[in-house]
Write a protein that binds this ligand. Structure first.
Ligand SMILES: Nc1ncnc2c1ncn2[C@@H]1O[C@H](COP(=O)(O)OP(=O)(O)O)[C@@H](O)[C@H]1O
Ligand SMILES: [Mg+2]
Length: 401
């Protein structure tokens, strides 16, 4: 079904467009309209449609005056308003103008996709509704070495083993990716860059054959094994790979590099939650502040970005109040400092769960998983359960590609 996009902020419109493309809507069905006459002309050709009307800050509501007339003339049109201001007066005005839903401006990608899906369910050619997209959690460091890869890979491990979720860990650090090394499980045969270059041949079968099994429920979409220059991967191709993975699995965890190129930005814009990993040192917090401002300017909603303080109980850091003051959004998660266990993991190439199941880092990651995905905390296993659990994961871990 057709979706019309209207608004004065081109960044927002781009973000919405890539969100809808990544959610599986076809580019022919998404049309940006510049003004009211253009919208009317478009509605005259296709009225079974949705209109996403972005009011930005919500200060100028003059569009609501003509919206009433439009929704009267084309009752099949489903209107979703976007506005940063969502007070009672605006909501009332929106309802009176015939809008079906009011979301934040810019909207959280998952909110927008779900709202449109509810208002106008998209059906595949065979009449089967398109699969809902699995949540996507991204990790990016405010500086290198902050623990981004450790947290992403150990969270993915917990999601697969303790929460029982069919999980994909995508290593988007295409130059220096080391997520596969942190989790063990042998050398991956295929990598994400090869997959993203398959163009129209990319399908579920190709995706599944490119995933490297780390555990029965944990699949790695690996970075190239040796540093390679990005050979012609486009943001759209990356979005297709991620969307396909989100249609087939239950949760996606992304380990992102620090450099903000167009691929990293694409991944960040599509993620439901972006964890900004920092330590409590001045340069980390300063970089986190600048990174968040930059991402906001690229259209990410502030609710999408979650500052994460890693090694939070490390001595001698900045005062928590000062950190919260410096950031556009206060620290959302804290992860404990456990240098000896983490160092041993890096040396041995094993997940933390195998090396130190009692580590406070795992306790904090469990909490983060539960809060981020709305899942109850897993029941803690005793030593016997852990031992049995460990022996049951031993075979997939030793799978050599
Ligand atoms: N919570 C933690 N406690 C102690 N050490 C940690 C913690 N998180 C990460 N580290 C250590 O920090 C180093 C860098 O981690 P890594 O995940 O490779 O960082 P990044 O991916 O951000 O560059 C590793 O040696 C790791 O052991
Ligand atoms: Mg890393």
């Amino acid at each position: 079904m057709r979706v019309y996009l209207m608004g004065s902020n081109p960044l927002h419109l781009n973000l919405i467009q890539s969100t809808l493309l990544a959610a599986g809507r076809s580019s022919q069905d998404i049309q940006t309209v510049t003004d009211l006459p253009a919208l009317e002309a478009a509605l005259a050709t296709q009225a079974q449609a949705a209109l996403v009307l972005d009011l930005g800050q919500g200060e100028d509501t003059s569009a609501l005056a003509w919206l009433l007339e439009i929704t009267r003339r084309w009752p099949a049109l489903q209107v979703v308003l976007l506005s940063a201001r969502r007070d009672e007066a605006l909501l009332l005005q929106a309802i009176r103008s015939g809008a079906r839903e009011v979301l934040d401006s810019p909207p959280e990608p998952a909110d927008l996709v779900q709202t449109l899906e509810r208002l106008m369910p998209e059906t595949a050619p065979g009449g089967k509704p398109t699969a809902p997209l699995a949540p996507m959690l991204a990790f990016i460091g405010s500086k290198g070495g902050n623990g981004c890869t450790q947290l992403a890979s150990n969270l993915a491990w917990l999601l697969a083993t303790e929460f029982g979720r069919d999980t994909v860990l995508a290593d988007l650090d295409l130059l220096w990716g080391d997520a596969s090394f942190y989790l063990g499980g042998g050398q991956a045969r295929h990598s994400l860059d090869q997959l993203a270059q398959q163009g129209p041949r990319l399908d579920n079968q190709l995706l599944q054959s490119s995933l490297h099994p780390v555990h029965a429920r944990l699949h790695l979409l690996a970075a190239p094994s040796s540093p390679a220059l990005l050979r012609g991967i486009t943001p759209t191709a990356l979005a297709r790979v991620l969307t396909l993975a989100r249609q087939r699995h239950q949760v996606l965890v992304l380990d992102l590099p620090r450099q903000l190129d167009e691929l990293t930005l694409q991944a960040l814009q599509l993620a439901d939650k972006v964890f900004i990993v920092m330590r409590h040192r001045v340069p980390d917090v300063r970089n986190a502040q600048r990174l968040m401002q930059l991402l906001q300017a690229q259209g990410l909603a502030s609710g999408q970005m979650l500052p994460l303080l890693n090694r939070a109980d490390e001595p001698g850091g900045l005062d928590p109040v000062a950190i919260d003051k410096a950031l556009p959004v206060p620290v959302a998660h804290r992860v404990a400092n456990d240098p000896s266990a983490l160092q041993a993991c890096v040396h041995l190439g094993v997940p933390l769960h195998e090396q130190a199941p009692g580590s406070p880092v795992l306790r904090d990651l469990r909490l983060l998983a539960s809060q981020s995905l709305g899942m109850p905390l897993p029941r803690r296993m005793g030593w016997l359960g852990r031992w049995l659990g460990k022996s049951s994961v031993a075979s997939p871990m030793s799978t050599q590609a």
